[in-house]
Design a protein around this ligand. Sequence first.
Ligand SMILES: O=P(O)(O)OC[C@H]1O[C@H](OP(=O)(O)OP(=O)(O)O)[C@H](O)[C@@H]1O
Ligand code: HPA
Ligand SMILES: [Mg+2]
Length: 167
Amino acid sequence: MSERLPHEKGFHISWDQIHRDSRALAWRLQGFGPEDGSWRMVVAITRGGMAPAMIVARELDIRTVDTISVKSYHHQSQGEAQVLKFPDAGLMGDGAGVLIVDDLVDSGKTLQLVRNLYPRAHFATVYAKPEGREQVDTFITEVSQDTWIFFPWDMALQYVEPYRGTD
Ligand SMILES: O=P(O)(O)OC[C@H]1O[C@H](OP(=O)(O)OP(=O)(O)O)[C@H](O)[C@@H]1O
Ligand code: HPA
Ligand SMILES: [Mg+2]
């Protein structure tokens, strides 16, 4: 386990923001697939990649969607990445024509593992940190390495004290 704290900054993403940024990702990917500008299928890296992958698949009208389950973090500490479930081997081949989507790339370990399995796939994430940027082919927004991104599925609305407290 390598400790990744402290993260000095927090970047809090709303549902609306992840929807907009995932759409922007689809817009950027549109027309760049290897088969007449399209991809054969979308693969989401669970769990964080599932919402962005759904939005990308919807925008690019891709109906074949599969998942690869990779586990590498426990809270904010990273362990060895391991595959818990593989996508359909017959559909995947070496990854040619496949678009693999995740919410973010941080150290790049997750994408490196998946890239080794499917070297010809196209890798897309919504957010990227500098250490992992080389592992991703297309992304939308870069944040600094010491920023922790908080996704809407990990948060809840709650009361906050006013800046100036009342007596
Ligand atoms: O580039 P890396 O340093 O490998 O980190 C990025 C990965 O870490 C997070 O997933 P996590 O393993 O926490 O699982 P989850 O998607 O189920 O939350 C995130 O969703 C990426 O998949
Ligand atoms: O910044 C992050 N936010 C959420 N999950 C993560 N997994 C790796 N880095 C991050
Ligand atoms: Mg993940």
